[in-house]
Write a protein that binds this ligand. Structure first.
Ligand code: SF4
Ligand code: SF4
Length: 383
């Protein structure tokens, strides 16, 4: 693992791959194992919730990845160094920063429980008394359970970080980058958040701004740019096409590509990276639209192509069969020996079951390599 600057090169060259673990996702074994598998597959950035336990789980996975990197390279995977660790913050109410909740005791017994079957994160369960209702750590706030409840029983609770709470997260060793989720019209909230962060921004390697489409989007992004500059580190505009939807169907990627194209055309200083609805059709659509770096001239105006893609719900679902198998093994072991119940934080280490580790890396690689191979043979090394 010698390529210390590969994440930045990936941005410049147009094949930056970011794994979004989820701004609200706090299931520590999943965060850890997703981070490990996608790192070994060659991800450039791992984006996690602003929760010290989640950050620690991701850092632990990165340490483990260093030990397994040579073995992954030997198997032909694209790991070239450690990805940057990014922490997601919000400047106001945002669907990425919320949790669903309801009281299962008040559910009608005859309800067919559509909430349980629609949840993409297996965050709603009834069969186990310990887990009745929403499993808070697993819920990432997608909101799909809310409209399917026939009695309108499910609500969401949002949370916003206070400026005082943010500094320790930004300053935490091992955090390379922050992403601020904002929306058109939040300029006052964004300014307050930025003022809280500004003293420490110089310690970061990267700032990302995530924003969905909205009336006046481009003017809003320019206003954010004016507020943030001068910046000592690179800037990414994350175009959040159809938030948290990439696992729903291939069509969700259209909104992501369309919004990426719109922001690209605005010629804002900084890199453009897609998110929100990204999945295994995104690279194909980007190629069809001529938005990937074909000339591979890094001296050219970088805004003539998309710099990267972030994958969230689709990337997590891709690995869920392997991680479910791991969880089953772990549960069986725990049941077989009740005297040695493992800590939830420590159980389910993917690397302790190497066949599953390599299955997970192969799945992760099937997504990472789509983007990376779009510039195959042209990737530079500068470590
Ligand atoms: S459907 Fe979405 S919002 Fe509802 S519990 Fe599952 S992850 Fe949370
Ligand atoms: S759909 Fe609504 S009423 Fe039915 S089990 Fe889920 S939360 Fe309860």
């Amino acid at each position: 693992m010698t390529d210390l600057y590969y994440p930045l090169n990936s941005l410049r060259e147009g094949h930056w791959f970011k794994l979004i673990c989820g701004a609200s996702f706090q299931h520590l074994p999943a965060v850890r194992n997703l981070t490990l598998a996608y790192t070994l597959a060659g991800a450039d950035c791992i984006d996690v919730a602003a929760d010290p336990a989640v950050i620690a789980a991701a850092i632990d996975a990165l340490r483990v990845a260093e030990k397994w990197a040579d073995a992954a390279s030997g198997r032909g995977y694209g790991v070239r160094g450690l990805p940057w660790l990014m922490v997601s913050l919000n400047d106001g109410e945002d669907p990425h920063f919320r949790k669903a909740e309801f009281n299962p005791a008040e559910c009608p017994p005859e309800c067919p429980r559509p909430c349980e079957s629609i949840c993409p994160a297996d965050a709603i369960a009834f069969e186990d008394a310990r887990y009745a209702g929403v499993i808070d750590q697993r819920c990432y706030g997608c909101g799909r359970c809310v409209p399917v409840c026939p009695i309108g029983h499910i609500v969401t609770r949002s949370y916003v970080y206070t400026p005082e709470a943010i500094a320790p997260l930004v300053l935490q060793p091992g955090v390379d980058a922050i992403e601020i989720h904002t929306q058109v019209g939040h300029l006052g909230d964004f300014r307050r958040l930025w003022q809280a962060i500004a003293p420490w921004v110089n310690q970061l390697k990267l700032i990302a701004i995530s924003c969905p489409d909205g009336e006046g989007l481009i003017d809003y992004l320019w206003a954010l740019y004016d507020l943030m500059t001068p910046l000592a580190c690179p800037l990414i505009w994350q175009t959040d096409g159809r938030p948290m939807s990439g696992d729903i169907g291939t069509g969700t990627t259209r909104a992501a590509v369309k919004l990426g194209e719109k922001v690209l055309a605005a010629n804002l200083p900084g890199y453009i990276q897609l998110a929100g609805g990204t999945n295994n059709h995104t690279v194909i659509k980007l190629k069809d639209a001529g938005l990937l770096n074909k000339t591979f001239n890094t001296e050219q105006n970088p805004k003539s192509f998309i710099s990267g893609v972030a994958y969230g719900s689709y990337a997590r679902r891709l690995l869920s069969p392997v991680l479910d198998r791991l969880e089953n093994i772990n549960n069986n072991e725990t049941d077989a020996n009740a005297q040695t119940i493992k800590s939830p934080q420590l159980s389910g280490r993917l690397e302790e079951t190497p066949p599953l580790l390599w299955d997970a890396v192969a799945q992760a690689d099937s997504l990472v390599s789509q983007l990376k191979s779009s510039v195959k043979g042209k990737i530079t090394h500068c470590g």
